[in-house]
Write a protein that binds this ligand. Structure first.
Ligand code: SF4
Ligand code: SF4
Ligand code: FES
Length: 305
């Protein structure tokens, strides 16, 4: 069997904050900035999903362009002069971050987002206590995952992961317009009645905690969520022969979240329901649920067939 050889790509030369850089044609401004060690914040971008330009927090200045351009989706071309740190860029990013934080609860967002809120000097409170806020009930229907759309920034990543970027199930989409726009199942039916197959790929890409494992949600709500006391163990999913890598996030010996590495050649970060949620047998809950005097046979026998 022959090894596939990547097609060589032409190189282009651009400048990032005055420093000349060489980049493969077809790379994005974000790629080049990251290669140059220049941080550009992103929310709606993900390595495994085609950018949809939903958040605009990644904007940079481009010589000759009247408007700021989104770094995550704009391909580089020969001679581009990119500036990432000017007042205009910082003001725009601060505005995006601040408006998001003023309308939804970002307290459980990814660590980078929380850091950018600080670094860009956002002050959501200055928009007043009576500002419009997203107000959605927590949707909890089972022991798998919770939807807490008070935290949703409408980045579209879950919709894309459920659709053509990974799962091809199309169980969710954006409904409504303007401030009332929200993520919804078809006809807004409850999740168990929808087309959802519980792969959890939407949770895997959600940057804000709006989609969250039920067990993690419970830990956070009870105030017991403690990153200092957590570990991540990489293993191989035991359910079939595909060989998906799993990252088991644990606290107190209990799995509260399962992910897969974005750069894993089989999963690209996506899993099926068994890999994502089929870990009951490994934890204490099954033991807790054994009926009094019930059989313990098979307790350590591994996953069900
Ligand atoms: S769990 Fe899977 S099928 Fe269900 S909404 Fe999320 S991505 Fe779609
Ligand atoms: S639920 Fe999460 S992934 Fe989906 S649009 Fe909202 S913030 Fe993005
Ligand atoms: S990260 Fe580029 S538009 Fe959202």
């Amino acid at each position: 069997m022959s090894t596939p050889v990547p097609i060589p790509r032409r190189k282009v030369t651009v400048s990032v904050d005055g420093a000349e850089r060489s980049a493969a044609e077809g790379s994005t401004i974000l790629d080049v900035c990251r290669d140059a060690g220049v941080e550009v914040p992103t929310i709606c971008w993900a390595p495994t999903i085609t950018p949809v330009n939903a958040c605009r927090v990644c904007v940079v200045e481009l010589e000759g362009s009247r408007t700021l351009v989104p770094a995550c989706s704009r391909p580089v071309t020969e001679g581009m002069e990119i500036r990432t740190g000017g007042d205009r860029v910082r003001a725009s990013r601060r505005m995006v971050l601040e408006l998001l934080a003023s309308s939804v609860d970002l307290s459980r967002a990814e660590a980078d987002i929380l850091r950018w809120l600080e670094e860009y000097g956002t002050d959501p409170e200055r928009h007043g206590a009576d500002r419009a806020r997203v107000s959605e009930p927590v949707r909890r229907h089972d022991e798998l995952y919770v939807r807490d759309y008070d935290r949703c920034v409408l980045c579209y990543k879950c919709v894309d992961a459920c659709g053509t970027e990974a799962q091809y199930t199309f169980a969710i989409a954006v409904a409504g317009r303007g401030f009332d726009a929200r993520i919804s199942t078809e006809y807004d039916v409850e999740l168990p009645e929808s087309a959802c197959v519980y792969c959890g790929n939407c949770i895997g890409v959600c940057p804000t905690g709006a989609l969250i494992f039920t067990r993690e949600f419970d830990l956070r709500e009870s105030g017991r969520f403690d990153p200092e006391d957590q570990a991540v163990t990489t293993t191989v999913c035991p359910y079939c022969g595909v060989g998906c890598n799993l990252e088991l996030h644990t606290q107190d010996g209990e799995i509260f979240r399962v992910t897969s590495p974005d750069d894993h050649e089989v999963t690209s970060g996506h899993l099926c329901i068994k890999g994502r949620f089929g870990y009951e047998y490994a934890g204490g809950r099954r033991r807790e649920r054994l009926p009094e005097g019930g059989s313990e046979a098979g307790r350590d026998a591994g996953p069900p067939a």
